[in-house]
Each structure stands twice: as C-alpha cells, then as structure tokens.
Design a protein around this ligand. Structure first.
Ligand SMILES: [Zn+2]
Ligand SMILES: [Zn+2]
Length: 422
C-alpha cells in the first residue's frame, strides 16, 4: 500500500546539505526543488526527496482530522447487515473480531484487529498528536518516537486489503443471503483513501526541514557508510556513526546496515516455506448449511468459485493466496543468494524485484480477511454458519512471516557489491 512511508519519498532528507539514498546508500547534494518536483537517486533511481510546500502541514492536518472522523464513524456504526430467509443480523466491525475469538481463532482475530482497526487508529491519532503542535511551532512530547512508529506501522495498515475482502464477501454471499452495506462500510472506504493521501504527505521534512551546516562535498559515487555516516531512521539527517544518538531528533542511531539482515531473512524465509505446507493442506473454512459442514482448503475454495462462475474473484484469490506467497519466497531466496554470492548483475532490476515483493505481499491477506468477515457474518445457527479452519491460522502466519522476511532484508546490500556497475 502507499502507506508504506518507511520506503516512501521524503524519507531521505538530510540536514547537512547531503542526503543518503535509503535504497542504495549513495550520497547526493540537496538541491532546492520547485512545486511538485522530486529528486531521484542517480544510482538506483529511487525517489530521494520531494518538494514540501509550506502549506504541507495544514494539508496533512486537514486530512488526518477527516480520517479521525471517518475512523470513529467506521467503528461505531453497523458495518454490514445480512438477511437469510427473513432472519437478519447486523454487525459492527468489532463484532466480527469478537466472532473470530469465539470461533477459537484468537490469532486471526488479533491480525484482523491490528491491521484494520488498531494500526490505522494509532496512525491517524499519532499524526494529529505530532502535527497539530508542530503547526504552532511546538514539539509534541515523543514526536520523534511517534513519527518513527507511524512509519513502521505503514506496511501493516491494511485498509485496502480489508475493503477488497469485503467486496469478495459480497460476491460469495450473494447466493446465500441478502447483504446490505451499512454506514460504517462507506466510512471505511473513505478512510482508506484519506489515510493513503495523509500518509503519502506525512513527510520527515514537515517536522525537520532541511537546514544546517554543509559537509564538504563527498567524492562522486561515495556512500554514506564509506564516509562513516548513518542516516537517522526517524528524521533522515546524516550523523557520524560514532555519535551516541541523532543530534536533531534524539532518536537512537541505526547500524550501517540492518543487523544480521541475511541470516534473519533466511530464517524467516525458511519458516515461511514450512508454513506454506499446512496453510495449503488444511481447510481454511467450513460452510455449514442446515447442520452439515463442508470444509474447504484455499485451492478447493478457488475451484468452488470457478464452478460458481465467479471467474474474477477466483483469479484474485488464486493469485493473492497461492501465487504471491510462493513467488515472494522464491524472490527473497534469489535476492539472498545473489547478495551472498556478491553478484554485480543488474542491481537496479534486483532492487525493483525487492520493492515488488514488499508491496504485493500484504495483499495475500485478502483471503484471511475474507474468512474472518464470512465467519463473523454468517452465524445464523440452524440455517447457515461459516467457521474458520486451522489452515487459516497457518496461512495468516505465512503472510506475516513473509512480510517480516521482506522487511528484514536490507536492499543496500544489493548495491554494496555492485559498485563498479553503478
Ligand atoms: Zn539510490
Ligand atoms: Zn534524527
């Protein structure tokens, strides 16, 4: 999602007139930009920073306030109502999460709760906490820590994935019941768009505008590490690695490269590959009609959709749940091997592969959310019920572990051995 602020533009501003690329560590001089302009890294083409107008702060505050209002509406009003043979039930978002707990799926309940309610809430109210005082020239307590937290939560805020699952639930339930969207669902859709817009504009430069003394011009092609500099992961200023902390925002300094990046990524990729087996073998849910259960795995669910004529949805679930996790594991294994073999081959393409793996990974969650929504919705005991299966928990764990694996990989390693080809 574009809430991925940790990798988004603007994260690379530096106070000392120099900027280190967050993707390849190459150093560049800061240049003033015109309206709407972006500066790109000459080595890997990533966005280094972009123009941040003085009115930027007001815009983000306005977006965050709108998001806060929509967030409250989305969680207070009924999300969806369901009618089967004259019997109806209406659901809040939170009642779906509680239903998952009651169905003996606490892991899934927590996953849905954090990615669609808790993290978006922290992001919205955290932005207001940091930005409103900044508007009046006051530094809010804990501003740097909250800013960093919001960036970290970005990849785990899955409002868009949640909405796609809701659409899928409508399609799947079409022949079972009459589904009526509630006020909350429209608020959620709006929240998804506003949140994405606010996060895209939530830039380090809003709080820490580029300023300060100029370092001597580094030799062309030098990286921050070669000059003994690290980029503060909160305010992006370049700091000598010997410093005890960032002089500008007070955050602790990260190491030159993510700690034990290769070993940790290998461990997580291996775990993901093992989890893929039970995730595909065990049923992810059971549809119980008139007391009789019908368990289905991810693959048999896709086949049922195909037989039911839902080609588009079958394709989405197949792609998101089967193709994406396997490709993601394969891509990470390839990247790890290439880094360990100190490959110089096409670093830019490898970086692009890494970016794609990171962005599409979260969309695998669509089937998990779908199971959650369905089992929360369809609980009309005698007539019909949908229960999550153990496979759903394995699948949820698989998606989470692959996301952690991608986040532990340090793309700068690709470039560390590729200097000659730059
Ligand atoms: Zn770069
Ligand atoms: Zn800092």
């Amino acid at each position: 999602m574009d809430i991925n602020g940790a990798h988004g533009p603007g994260y690379a501003l530096a106070a000392d007139g120099l900027v280190a690329c967050h993707e390849c560590d190459a150093l560049h001089r800061l240049h003033p930009l015109d309206d709407g302009q972006r500066a790109h890294c000459t080595r890997c083409a990533s966005v280094l920073y972009r123009h941040c107008p003085a009115s930027g702060l007001d815009t983000v505050i306005a977006l965050a306030l709108t998001a806060a209002l929509l967030f409250v509406i989305a969680n207070v009003f009924p999300f969806i109502a369901l009618e089967i043979q004259g019997r109806g039930q209406s659901n809040l978002v939170v009642s779906g999460i509680i239903a998952l707990f009651h169905a003996g799926q606490p892991g899934l309940a927590v996953l849905v709760a954090v990615t669609s309610v808790v993290f978006p809430g922290i992001t919205i109210f955290g932005m207001l906490w940091v930005l409103v005082p900044a508007r009046f020239g006051i530094r809010a307590p804990g501003a740097a820590a909250i800013f960093h937290l919001i960036r970290r939560l970005g990849p785990w805020t899955l409002l868009g994935v949640f909405m796609l699952s809701v659409i899928a639930a409508f399609v799947k339930l079409g022949d079972l019941a009459t589904v009526i969207p509630g006020v909350s669902m429209f608020a959620f859709a709006g929240l998804m768009l506003i949140c994405a817009a606010a996060s895209a504009r939530f830039d380090a430069a809003l709080l820490w505008p580029p300023a300060g003394p100029r370092l001597p011009l580094p030799r062309p092609g030098a990286t921050a590490r070669e000059l003994g500099l690290v980029r503060c992961h909160t305010c992006t200023v370049l700091v000598p690695h010997t410093a005890s902390g960032c002089h500008r925002c007070g955050a602790a300094l990260p190491p030159f490269r993510k700690t034990a990046s290769v070993a940790r990524t290998w461990a997580l990729v291996t775990a993901a590959a093992l989890l893929a087996i039970p995730a595909n073998v065990y049923p992810v849910m059971s549809v119980i009609r008139f007391g009789r259960g019908e368990p289905s795995t991810i693959m048999s669910g896709v086949i049922q959709l195909l037989e039911g004529g839902f080609l588009g949805l079958a394709f989405i679930i197949f792609f998101a749940s089967i193709v994406v996790p396997l490709l993601k594991i394969a891509a990470l294994v390839y990247l790890l091997l290439s880094v360990q073999r100190r490959s110089k081959w096409r670093p830019q393409e490898r970086l692009r592969l890494y970016r794609i793996t990171e962005v599409v990974g979260a969309w695998s969650m669509v089937d998990i959310f779908l199971v959650g929504i369905l089992s929360a919705l369809v609980q009309l005991q005698a007539l019909a019920a949908i229960e999550p299966g153990i496979g759903a928990s394995f699948f949820g764990a698989l998606v989470v572990v692959t996301m952690f694996a991608a986040q532990n990989f340090d793309p700068r390693l690709i470039w560390d051995h590729a200097k000659d080809t730059a």
